[in-house]
Structure formats: structure tokens, C-alpha cells
Write a protein that binds this ligand. Structure first.
Ligand SMILES: *[C@@H]1O[C@H](CO)[C@@H](O)[C@H](O)[C@H]1NC(C)=O
Ligand SMILES: *[C@@H]1O[C@H](CO)[C@@H](O)[C@H](O)[C@H]1NC(C)=O
Ligand SMILES: *[C@@H]1O[C@H](CO)[C@@H](O)[C@H](O)[C@H]1NC(C)=O
Ligand SMILES: *[C@@H]1O[C@H](CO)[C@@H](O)[C@H](O)[C@H]1NC(C)=O
Ligand SMILES: *[C@@H]1O[C@H](CO)[C@@H](O)[C@H](O)[C@H]1NC(C)=O
Length: 915
């Protein structure tokens, strides 16, 4: 059955793809949802889902607040539900709401709306924030099993555009703590279902609860979307059932990764094969080789890949090409072994279609876009798209153009790929690089999405260098780039320009927004009515790295051309005007930042990037030799030094009070003397002699340093007892990253260690979410495993105070959390709270561990939801939780804070409720 809804429409922080791609509506069968209300396994088990839903809502909530508050709010699902009860809600006339009934539509879509609420009245004074709302949805389903079948079954659940779901037996409420599974709220294409282990139910009957949360950023403004004041949640649920065998696996072809072949040669060195463990025990893939034709290609597995029951991983393979090929398929044989049963070994052959293309069509200047691949974070085969320079043979001497897409654009998916390729400006001399951003939303071009964009530039340089046919078109690996982007990608341009300014020559952000908190204000926050504002400030400091406006000093001397449609209904042009206005305040005499507003144009129009303005701007900077040295005066602002690069070669490494902004101000007087003043900076460096330009001496605070004495670069400066001195790089240690979200910026597979069944369940859900939202590889590791430090990448460690691994971690004293007489202490005092989430140093200076300590299942569920899988979840370095979170959100915290530079408790950036 074909659903009438093109799954990617309406996504948009901005990319309303309906307006992008009206002609692809008929293509939606490509991504058709199996909207089957009865599904059956081979053995005859089946699941019947009711079309009837009970709905309670709407309740005010701010974006991402459902990660703090219980997804069942205002209910406690461990108690019976009273369907006649009214609950306070300030959205409703009279101030109360109750339950109502909704039925799934013919098209399989569950449309939840509250037309009795006077939304227009609310938005008159609260704006878009007043349309954000939360609702609880409840339905039932029944599983029928053939009497003779003893096997277990598992449920495969796809929830699109809902934030969380849980499944409970229908017959009993007592002693059941719901486990919440994240939905695919962005409706990311090619997503895998959540694998649900069913709780016991005597009758085979279950109830299903969904947290339905309307977010403007995701679903759009109903007035422009549907010409109505009433926001409508459009939720799609798909349940499948699967018999579980002792050992088993299934290919997941939608997760495969393979690059194009250009003139017979692979345009990349990485291949990925999606494999799901469908059995009850763990499996490993430890060998891979090509079989049959085509000759001339070899693959090698990077390491043994262990897959937990129900988990999917993308097997990373290194591709080596010996000779040119014309083959149209690549057959790869994987060896799968069972972990429990050492005699279990199967060879499995996968056929990957090879797409051949050419860089340029013969005899003309017309070029093709090419899908390239590389290995991201030493673990995840990743596609990016490149468009060759229009002139054949060029590309070596001009900087590449890095172009960031809007939210919801999946560059690996044909209609989106074509759309985004055609949207690019014309260019004769440069390669244009279109990174994936991890996924169509990724982390809004922050964290791993930023890293992927910059890594794709290096990867293209290497692909070109590695083949004689392309070598003459290769640019330098460490080249700077011209950065452009639209919508979410426009915001990404502002983010990367302000956080990695030395990588950028010039930037053209179009239809970008300042930051998420400025796009939909957090006005409707529930926790704000209960929380100490000083705790709120500490929590929100974890969003400071996302505050692009606060980092604009770093782009004050960068050529910038902002463009915005004057009638943008999705990202108001106010955002670009405001950013440019801030730049003009920071550098009033410069004439570097320009703003073009295209009157009457909406969010997307075909010429927003493909326009003479962008073209002329790019051409002006492509051949300009970047000015040597630095401006006579400039400032570097940094909030999280682990996610910020240098400015003119000056780099901040650590802050005196992490969590607050740090600023380095350099002013030169024309005689080679520079005065350096700092706010909240503990340590900075100067990368090389070029960064000093023609300076002969520096005065930092009141200490003078003749630059002639600087022999070895980088030169590091550190502030000790109020006095600045130089120091060596070797004293650099691991710096705490100020926010838990940095765990996503991994240099390898994310290793998730669990101890206990509830922890394993959370580990599987986190691994699923890391793959869905960021295509990050995760390995789930049991309590018996050792050799932690060899693994590389970041760690997540989940356990109780009784878990040996947790005890060992606490005993090493990596942070201020310690074991004292068998209980947990923080800074020598008993740690309040029933679960704790905190960052801990990793085994290298650039890796981290996230520790989750729980006491019971409910406390683990609360802690697990704070894993910052999406932008805007305010979680600093450490948090202590209580059951109060379920009702009060962040106001239920018992403590939170940012570590000092030594990973210790720091009074000035902490809050505790038991002092
Ligand atoms: C799988 O292939 C390898 C050679 O690549 C062979 O040695 C092994 O016997 C095969 N295993 C099975 C179960 O066929
Ligand atoms: C981009 O602009 C060029 C020159 O103005 C034009 O020839 C081309 O058709 C445009 N591309 C698209 C997709 O509109
Ligand atoms: C500023 O730059 C714009 C565009 O490059 C140019 O048209 C304008 O004349 C410049 N203004 C000044 C005062 O230099
Ligand atoms: C650039 O965009 C503006 C505004 O949409 C449009 O009027 C103009 O024709 C475009 N120019 C080119 C060459 O595409
Ligand atoms: C939910 O209800 C159960 C059972 O009555 C109770 O033990 C638990 O504390 C409640 N949870 C919260 C957060 O109030």
C-alpha cells in the first residue's frame, strides 16, 4: 500500500521538501511504509494492532524537554489510568484537558490535533513557542502464536514523527517500569526499526504508549504548511513480528555503503555492509573477501565486528583496487561465526551493485556528480558527493567549495541527491564537496557533523592523489575551503566559520538561523516554573558552543556573503539580518560582511545559491592569495576548547572556569608590539611563526615575551598564579569538554559497556539511536570483556555501584565522583540522587567515557533519556538525578555542573541541592 505522504515533506527546519520537490510526490513508493495492521511470521505468529487510540493533551513543553520529563507525562504508568480525570493544561480554555479518541486514517497515518484549543490566540503573544506541545497516546495490540511454537518472538517497531514509545502488558500495571524507545522523530529515510523484547503477557495482549510531541522545527508552521492555525501531529507506526532463532542474521541493504566508480576506478576506499543479528546469541563477522568476478578488487575487514542480538552494524571494509574494472556487481563473502557456539560458522555472499560514471562526458565541459566514500572516525564507511570543476583538468590550485545541505536532505537518496547537486552554483575551477552531515539532520552541522564535513575535504584530496588519472586535479590535504550552505546548512556555515575559522577562506550562508534557542524560544518550558535559575544557567551553559552569535568575533575579519529570501516563512530573514548586524558591531570599519535580501522570495528558491551574487563572491576569493598574518586587532572567543580550532594560528586550549566563555584579545601597534589580554583563559598557543606575522614582542597581561625567543612551535602559554609563562606542549592533558554531547565526537567506534540486563537493554537502544541519528558505529560489550584501552573511540559505561567496572573507574579517581564506604561521593560528600551521569577522561587526551550509574530500572530510564542524541538537550559534564525529573523536568535534578580543567568538582560552575 502506498501512503500518500511523501515521508520527507515537512521536515524542515526548514527544508520543506514539498516546496523543493513537488514533482517527486509520485516517487514515494520508494519509501513506502509497510502500513500493515496484521503482520505474520513464517511460523504463523501474527500481531493485530488496534486502529483506535486514546489521546491526552495538549500540554506546554519546550523543544527536547521530553528527554527530561517522563514521556508519559502527566501519567505515571506504574499506576492505573483514570480515563475520566482532567489534568491542568494552560493551552485549553478553562485550563484543563481530558482524554479523547482518535482513529488511524485510511492512509495509515495517525493524525493528532486539538482543534478546540485557540492556537491563534496563544501564538498572538507567545509566537511559535506556543505551538510546541506534548500529548500521551495509547492503543493496544495482540500477538497470536500457533499453539505448538515454543520460540520467542521479538517486535520490530518503526515510529515516525513520535519522540518515544513503550510497550506494557495489557493485564497488569503493578511492578512494571516502562522502558522508553526513541522514535524516528525526524522521519530519517532508510531507518531501521527499534527491536523490542516483549514483556510477559498471559493473554498476548499489550498496550502501547507514545509520547507525541509537536515541534515547529520538525513539523513546520501549520499556517504555511496547511493553511490552518491548528498544529497536527502526523504519526506513523509500523509493527512487525519476528521469530527468534538461536543464531541468525539478515542483511540490511538500505545500510550498505559503496562509492561510484569513475572511468573504471573506485572513487573511495571504503565499503559498508549492513548486517542485523536476528538470533538470540551474539555473532561476529571476522573475515571478508571478494568472490568471483570482478578481478582486480580486494576487500579487507578492518576488525572483528561483534553484533548483539537484535543489533545492526555496518561492517567496515577497506577496498583495494589492483586493476581497472568494468564489472557491474561486487560480490563479497563474509564469514559469520556464533559467539556461544564455536562450531557455528557460515559464509554469506553479498552482491553490491557498482555504479559506473565519468567525471566529465566526452568532448564537453558537462560534469557529473560522483558519490565518493571514506571511513569516518576509523569506523563508519560514509558517502559524500563531489561535483568536479566545470573546466576539465582543474581543481588543483583553487580551494574546494564545501556546501552544507538543509535539514531533511539525504544526499544518498536519488531525488534529494539530484535536487541538491542542481542547486549548487556554477564553478569553473573548484571541486564542490557535498557532505552527508552523518544523516539528513545529523547534529545540525555541529560535533560529528562538523567533523565529517571537514574530513570529507581531506578524503577527497586523498582519493584524487591516489590515482594517476586524477592526481593533477588534487588539492592539498590541509587546504582551506570556501563554505556555503542553505537553511540548517546556512546555520552550519555560521557554526563552522566561527568555530574553525582558520579552515575557511570565505563563507556564504543562505537562509541560516542564529541557533536553535533563537529559532523556537524555550518560553513554554515546564521546568522553568520550578528550577533555580542558577541551575538553569549551568545546564544552558552546555548549549553555549551552539551559540553561533557569541562566537562571531572569530569571523569578524572573514569575507561573508549572507543571503536570505525576504518572505522566508520557515527561517525568518530576521536571523541573517541579526547576524550581519552583530558582525558590523564587532568590526564597524571592515567591509567584509555583506547581506543580500531577495524581496518576495521564500525559504527555498532555485537561485538562492545558483546566483551571480554567490558566483561572484566565490570567484573573488578563489584566486585571491589569502592575506598573510592577521588583522591589527582581533579576538578569539571559545566556549568548549575541545570543539574549536585556531584563529590566525592562535588557539585556546583550556579555560580557567570551564562552562563560561573565554576570550583572547590581540591588539598590535604597528611597531611589531602586540598586547594580549584575556578573559577566563588558562592556556593558549601560537601554532607557528607565520601566526606571529611581523610581531617582535608580546605583552600578555603585564609580562613581556620577545618573539625572537620562540624557537619551537607551537609555543604554549599558561597562566599560573595570575602570571603568564611559556610551557611545553607535553604538559597538555585531557581537557574536560564542558558538555556530555562531546561523547558523539568520537575518533572510533563508540564502545558501550553494560553490566546487568536493564543496562544491556539501554545499551541496545543507544546503539540503535547512534546509528539512526548519526550513523555512528557502536559495539556493545559485556561485563566479562577486558582490555578496555586498546579499543580506541569513546566509551559509555553503564552499571550500578556493584558493577566491578564502575567500581574500578571510581577507584582510579578520574573525576570527583568516588566510592566512600561503599556509597558514591562527590567532592568528599555523599552524592545525592538515584542515578548519575558524568563524563570521565578516556585513555587518550582526546577520548572520553560517559558513565551512567543507576540504582533501579526507573532511575536508569531517566538517566538514559539524557543521552544527548539530538541538538539542544542541555546536559553539562555531570548530573545527579531523582524521580522528580518525571514530573518537573530539569527541576528534579539534585545536582549538575561542569568539571574544572582537572576533571574536579568546581564550586563556581556547579549546583547541588544538599549543601
Ligand atoms: C568459508 O570460506 C572459507 C574460505 O574463505 C573456507 O575456508 C570455509 O570453510 C568456508 N566456511 C563454510 C562454512 O563454508
Ligand atoms: C544555474 O544557473 C545557471 C546560470 O544562471 C543556469 O544556466 C542553470 O540552469 C541554473 N541551474 C538550475 C538548476 O537552475
Ligand atoms: C564595500 O564592499 C562592497 C561590495 O564589495 C562595495 O560595493 C562597496 O563599495 C564597499 N564599501 C566601501 C565603503 O568600501
Ligand atoms: C539571483 O537571484 C535574484 C533573486 O532571486 C534574481 O532576481 C536574479 O535573477 C538571480 N540572478 C541570477 C543570475 O541567477
Ligand atoms: C509511580 O508510581 C509508582 C507506583 O505507585 C511509585 O512507586 C513511583 O514512585 C511513582 N513514580 C513517580 C515518579 O512518582
Amino acid at each position: 500500500m502506498v501512503s500518500l505522504k511523501y515521508p520527507q515533506i515537512a521536515i524542515g527546519w526548514f527544508l520543506t521538501l514539498l516546496s523543493y520537490l513537488p514533482h517527486v510526490l509520485c516517487l514515494n513508493s520508494l519509501h513506502t511504509l509497510q502500513q500493515a495492521f496484521t503482520t505474520m511470521t513464517a511460523s504463523g505468529s501474527k500481531v493485530d494492532v488496534s486502529k483506535k487510540w486514546d489521546v491526552l493533551g495538549p500540554f506546554p513543553i519546550h523543544a527536547r524537554e521530553q528527554q527530561y520529563i517522563s514521556p508519559a507525562f502527566p501519567l505515571n504508568l506504574s499506576e492505573p489510568i483514570d480515563y475520566n480525570k482532567l489534568w491542568p493544561s494552560s493551552y485549553a480554555d478553562g485550563g484543563n484537558v481530558g482524554w479523547k479518541k482518535v482513529e488511524v486514517g485510511e492512509d495509515g497515518e495517525l493524525r493528532v490535533s486539538f482543534p478546540d484549543v485557540r492556537w491563534k490566540y496563544l501564538r498572538n503573544f507567545q509566537g511559535w513557542a506556543a505551538l510546541q506541545h506534548h500529548a500521551v497516546l495509547r492503543s493496544t495490540f495482540k500477538i497470536h502464536r500457533p499453539a505448538a511454537d515454543e520460540r520467542k518472538v521479538r517486535l520490530l517497531v518503526q515510529l515516525r514523527q513520535g519522540s518515544y514509545f513503550t510497550i506494557l502488558p495489557a493485564d497488569s500495571f503493578s511492578n512494571i517500569t516502562p522502558r522508553w524507545y526513541a522514535g524516528n522523530i525526524y522521519d530519517i529515510s532508510g531507518s531501521l526499526p527499534q527491536i523490542v523484547e516483549l514483556p510477559l503477557s498471559r493473554t498476548g495482549e499489550y498496550q502501547l504508549f507514545i509520547s507525541g510531541d509537536y515541534e515547529i522545527r520538525l513539523f513546520g508552521d501549520p499556517v504555511t504548511q496547511e493553511g490552518s492555525d491548528v498544529p497536527v501531529q502526523k504519526i506513523i507506526l509500523d509493527l512487525q513480528i519476528e521469530d527468534i532463532d538461536e543464531v541468525g542474521y539478515a542483511l540490511e541493504p538500505a545500510q550498505n555503503v559503496i562509492c561510484d566508480f569513475v572511468d573504471g576506478y573506485a572513487f573511495g576506499d571504503s565499503i559498508g555492509i549492513g548486517l542485523r543479528n536476528t538470533g538470540e546469541s551474539w555473532i561476529s563477522v571476522d573475515a571478508a573477501k571478494t568472490v568471483g568476478l570482478p578481478a582486480g578488487l580486494e576487500v579487507q575487514i578492518l576488525k572483528t565486528i561483534r553484533i548483539a542480538p537484535g543489533q545492526t552494524r555496518v561492517i567496515p571494509l577497506k577496498l583495494r583496487q589492483l586493476t581497472r574494472t568494468e564489472a557491474t556487481v561486487l560480490d563479497i563473502c563474509l564469514t559469520v561465526t556464533g559467539d556461544q557456539d564455536s562450531t557455528y560458522s557460515k559464509n554469506l555472499t553479498v552482491s553490491l551493485p557498482i555504479h559506473h560514471t565519468t567525471g566529465w562526458t566526452t568532448g564537453s565541459e558537462s560534469r557529473n556528480a560522483v558519490k565518493a566514500s571514506f571511513l569516518f572516525a576509523n569506523s563508519s564507511p560514509t558517502i559524500f558527493v563531489v561535483i568536479p570543476p566545470r573546466l576539465r583538468g582543474k581543481g588543483q590550485n583553487a580551494p574546494p567549495i564545501l556546501s552544507l545541505h538543509g535539514a531533511g536532505v539525504d544526499i544518498t537518496y536519488e531525488p534529494h541527491f539530484d535536487f541538491w547537486v542542481e542547486a549548487q552554483p556554477q564553478n569553473d575551477y573548484s571541486w564542490i564537496i557535498l557532505p552527508a552531515g552523518r544523516t539528513s539532520w545529523g547534529l545540525d552541522w555541529h560535533g560529528p557533523s562538523t567533523k565529517e564535513a571537514l574530513d570529507a575535504v581531506e578524503a577527497l584530496s586523498e582519493i584524487l592523489q591516489s590515482n594517476d588519472a586524477w592526481k593533477h586535479q588534487a588539492f592539498r590535504r590541509d587546504t582551506k575551503v570556501i563554505l556555503i550552505g542553505h537553511s540548517n546548512g546556512g546555520q552550519g556555515v555560521w557554526h563552522i566559520s566561527t568555530h574553525y575559522p582558520d579552515r575557511i577562506i570565505a563563507a556564504a550562508p543562505t537562509a541560516g538561523y542564529i541557533k536553535s534557542q533563537a529559532y523556537i524560544p524555550l518560553t513554554e518550558s515546564r521546568s522553568a516554573h520550578f528550577i533555580d535559575p542558577s541551575l538553569r544557567a549551568i545546564l544552558e551553559s552546555s548549549l553555549t558552543p551552539d551559540d553561533n552569535d557569541l562566537h562571531l568575533t572569530n569571523a569578524a575579519h572573514l569575507p561573508i556573503q549572507a543571503i536570505h529570501g525576504g518572505a522566508d516563512e520557515n527561517v525568518p530573514s530576521f536571523h541573517s539580518r541579526e547576524l550581519i548586524s552583530v558582525l558590523k558591531s564587532l568590526n564597524p570599519d571592515g567591509n567584509l560582511s555583506h547581506y543580500q535580501e531577495d524581496p518576495g522570495e521564500k525559504h527555498w528558491y532555485n537561485t538562492v545559491l545558483n546566483n551571480t551574487t554567490v558566483q561572484d563572491f566565490i570567484d573573488a576569493h578563489i584566486h585571491s592569495t589569502a592575506p598573510q598574518g592577521h588583522p591589527s586587532s582581533f579576538s578569539l572567543t571559545v566556549s568548549n576548547p575541545t570543539e574549536a580550532g585556531p584563529l590566525y594560528g592562535w588557539k585556546i586550549h583550556s579555560l580557567t572556569i570551564p562552562g563560561r566563555l573565554g576570550t583572547l584579545r590581540i591588539t598590535t601597534d604597528g611597531d611589531g608590539l602586540a598586547r594580549v589580554s584575556t578573559t577566563n583563559v588558562l592556556r593558549f598557543s601560537i601554532e607557528d611563526s607565520k601566526s606571529l606575522s611581523s610581531l617582535t614582542a608580546l605583552t600578555i597581561a603585564s609580562t613581556s615575551f620577545p618573539t625572537g625567543k620562540f624557537i619551537d612551535f607551537p609555543v604554549h602559554f599558561v597562566r599560573e598564579k595570575g602570571v603568564w609563562t611559556t610551557t611545553t606542549e607535553s604538559t597538555l592533558r585531557s581537557i574536560p569538554p564542558t558538555r556530555i554531547q562531546t561523547i558523539l565526537s568520537t575518533l572510533g567506534t563508540i564502545n558501550i559497556f553494560f553490566d546487568g540486563e536493564p543496562a544491556l537493554s539501554l545499551a541496545k537502544r543507544l546503539a540503535h539511536d547512534l546509528h539512526l541519528y548519526h550513523r555512528l558505529d557502536a559495539e556493545i560489550i559485556g561485563p566479562a570483556a577486558t582490555e578496555d584501552e586498546e579499543r580506541g573511540g569513546n566509551f559509555v559505561v553503564i552499571g550500578t555501584l556493584q558493577s566491578p567496572r564502575i567500581r574500578r573507574l571510581l577507584e582510579t579517581g578520574g573525576t570527583s565522583f568516588n566510592l566512600r564506604k561503599g556509597s558514591l561521593s562527590l567532592d568528599e560528600k555523599e552524592a545525592a540522587g538515584d542515578s548519575h551521569v558524568f563524563l570521565h577522561p578516556g585513555s587518550t587526551a582526546t577520548s572520553y567515557k560517559l558513565v551512567i550509574i543507576y540504582s533501579d530500572v526507573a532511575s536508569l530510564e531517566r538517566a538514559g533519556r539524557l543521552f544527548p542524541i539530538r541538538t539542544g538537550v542541555a546536559v553539562p559534564d555531570w548530573l545527579s538525578l531523582s524521580p522528580g525529573l518525571d514530573r518537573l523536568g530539569a527541576a528534579g535534578l539534585r545536582g549538575a555542573g561542569v568539571w574544572d580543567t582537572n576533571w574536579r568538582y568546581q564550586e563556581s560552575s556547579s549546583w547541588l541541592d544538599n549543601y
